[in-house]
Design a protein around this ligand. Structure first.
Ligand code: AHG
Ligand code: MN
Ligand code: MN
Length: 332
């Protein structure tokens, strides 16, 4: 079998579509190298003394796991010196991180969820990293938070890594979705999936059903109908999966279809959903749409949302197109 490395793919895509200039390629290579480092730390587990929590909370008031902080530091350090970035923003940092003065600056902005699925770290269930790349606005001198508040349609690249039985990297630069698997012996990313397409129909859904009593009527109606199976209006049985790592749930959907939901609910009226627009919903929606799926907040396409703040949360319905359109229709 002819092996295509991540670098070869990025260079060939640039030749074909002119969408990956050298600086963006460097950025993607640096992020994917950082993901290898994170994968290595994750794989050490208790042997690396990386499990457990820190004394700190992040800006969202969530207790940080040691690996949340380690992964964040790995991504910051890897991306500071290359000259490809103007600034970074992370789920784990309150404010943006401009590139320090001692390094040259580039034209890109990088956003990331350094470790997604924190509750799964210590129990050895798949976790991952999610990233999103924007261009800095024309004429920007000193980057501010405002420069990051661009809708998801403006992303020039997005991707995620899953640290599971296999370590995989999934990326898009707007020309379909490609999958790479980490060859652990060689230390290289090898293409194992090209132009992935999510089936439009599915019999599998993912939602944290323990929140059912807090859901809004459209979600309750939709889930009730799925659960009614062959005897209900849908006339077929549905299966349920919930990994509690968005990366792993989305990766399953990319492979065999499905719908993933994290709706807004009545638990905390101040929080419109749990997932974060800039670090989770936007990059995953870009990938899912590029794979022929759909992604909405129940009312509109996620990628069209104009962000108000860096850490804003958003309801998420994404995956197989026909199911996402159905549940979005119930909200109308
Ligand atoms: P993070 O670990 O980055 O905070 O994200 C966790 C998210 C997402 O990955 C997952 O789908 C969801 O939270 C799980 O939520 P529940 O705890 O409600 O299952
Ligand atoms: Mn996350
Ligand atoms: Mn996280």
């Amino acid at each position: 079998m002819k092996r295509i490395s991540l670098t070869q793919h990025l260079i060939e895509e640039q030749r074909l579509h002119n969408t990956i200039p050298a600086e963006l390629r460097l950025l993607i290579e640096v992020v994917s190298r950082a993901c290898k480092t994170i994968s290595h730390a994750v794989g050490k587990g208790a042997l690396g003394e990386v499990l457990g929590t820190t004394e700190t909370e992040n800006v969202q008031g969530e207790v940080q796991k040691k690996l949340d902080v380690i992964s964040n530091d790995i991504l910051l350090q890897a991306n500071e010196w290359g000259g490809h970035l103007a600034a970074m923003a992370s789920e784990e940092m309150e404010t943006i991180h401009p590139i320090p003065n001692r390094y040259p600056k580039g034209e890109y902005l990088l956003l990331f969820d350094p470790l997604d699925g924190s509750s799964n770290i210590d129990v050895n269930v798949s976790i991952g990293t999610i990233f999103s790349v924007l261009k800095a606005p024309e004429g920007m001198s000193r980057p501010t938070e405002k420069d990051f508040l661009q809708p998801g349609t403006k992303q020039v690249a997005a991707g995620y890594a899953v640290y599971g039985p296999q370590t995989v990297l999934v990326i898009t630069t707007g020309n379909g979705v490609q999958v790479f698997t980490l060859d652990r012996e060689m230390g290289s990313w090898v293409m194992t999936g090209r132009d992935i397409q999510i089936p439009e129909d599915t019999k599998e859904y993912a939602i944290n059903a323990s929140n059912a009593r807090h859901w809004q009527p459209p979600v309750t109606r939709y889930i009730d109908e799925l659960q009614a199976g062959t005897s209900g209006p849908r006339g077929k049985d549905f299966n349920m999966r919930w990994i509690a790592s968005m990366v792993a749930d989305v990766h399953r959907i990319l492979n065999r279809g499905g719908i993933f939901m994290y709706p807004a609910d009545a638990r905390d009226p101040g929080k419109p959903g749990k997932l974060r627009l800039m670090y989770e919903a936007n990059p995953m929606s870009f990938i899912v749409e590029q794979a022929g799926g759909a992604a909405t907040n129940g009312k509109q396409r996620i990628l069209d949302i104009i962000p108000q703040t860096l850490h804003q949360r958003v309801p998420v319905f994404l995956g197989s197109k026909n199911e996402v359109e159905r549940v979005t229709g119930y909200h109308a």
